[in-house]
Design a protein around this ligand. Structure first.
Ligand SMILES: Nc1ncnc2c1ncn2[C@@H]1O[C@H](COP(=O)(O)OP(=O)(O)O)[C@@H](O)[C@H]1O
Ligand SMILES: [Mg+2]
Length: 252
């Protein structure tokens, strides 16, 4: 269970302080599939980064299973972060390495640093990595350099890498934004399958509203740093969407 309490994030910029998240409060239950929507610049990526402790908020707390991760010492925070998978728009794979080696990177958090540096994974690590590659239908490509794979295949490698962490929480920041509509659906279906089969909680930033409505169990929306909607896909009305994307203001 994740509880976000009175979350504020302000960045110092050349133009002065910029408040990007304003008093955000919400809870995310285990096994949920949450789509985060809102215009570009609304604070979605910033919000995701606070959920895995990549970013310490200016104020407020992120309580995971009773522990406020914003106050964890570095070592404890690392321990938390290995249970959180993260998928990016640009895949963030090591292009000259094989698919399997990239997926094995998902195991690094569980290895002593020196073993990780030497690539000394255990048999169990290999087994987990191969299993996850198999689950994204890329077992045949385990030795292929990832830069020889298609964009859709690369994103599946990235999902397998995140799953190799055996995460309880999977964060995805616009994972389909660089993919065509068919491959975008494939990414969403893969995430949904892992959500259903493994019970992993999914929180995904997504600007394609149709995909959010089709795959998420719950939608939350940010507008200029404020949480302005939190509900079921069926509760998201046209007028809420118009307001969210400020369509009237755009037309005026
Ligand atoms: N590290 C940072 N320093 C300064 N400004 C930032 C930083 N990160 C994000 N921002 C600003 O915060 C706002 C929200 O960004 P972001 O969370 O990336 O929005 P979204 O993902 O919804 O497009 C933007 O105006 C962005 O320029
Ligand atoms: Mg973003």
């Amino acid at each position: 269970m994740i509880e976000v309490r009175n979350l504020n994030q302000t960045f110092q910029t050349a133009k002065g302080p910029l408040q990007v998240l304003m008093d955000v409060n919400l809870e995310i239950a285990p096994g949920d599939f949450v789509a985060v929507i809102g215009r570009s610049g609304a604070g979605k990526s910033t919000f995701l980064r606070t959920l895995n402790g990549l970013l310490i908020p200016t104020s407020g707390s992120v309580i995971v299973n009773g522990t406020d991760i914003t106050k964890l010492p570095k070592r404890e925070l690392q321990k938390y972060r290995r249970t959180v998978g993260f998928i990016f728009q640009q895949f963030n794979l090591v292009s000259r390495l094989s698919a399997l080696d990239n997926v094995l990177h998902g195991r690094l958090g569980y290895l002593p640093t020196w073993r990780g540096l030497l690539g000394l994974y255990s048999e169990a690590d290999y087994q987990i990595a191969r299993q996850q590659l198999e689950r994204v239908d890329l077992a045949a490509k385990e030795n292929a350099r990832v830069d020889s794979l298609s964009g859709g295949q690369q994103q599946r490698v990235a999902i397998a890498r995140a799953m190799a962490q055996q995460p309880t929480l999977m964060l995805a920041d616009e994972p389909a934004a660089n993919l065509d509509p068919v491959l975008s659906e494939e990414v969403m279906r893969t995430l949904k399958r892992f959500n259903e089969q493994d019970g992993v909680t999914v929180v995904i930033n997504i600007h394609a509203l149709d995909l959010a409505l089709k795959y998420a169990k719950r939608i939350i929306a940010f507008k200029r740093g404020r949480l302005v909607f939190d509900g079921l896909p069926t509760q998201l009305t046209d007028s809420i969407v118009d307001d969210l994307y400020e369509r009237k203001e755009l037309l005026a």
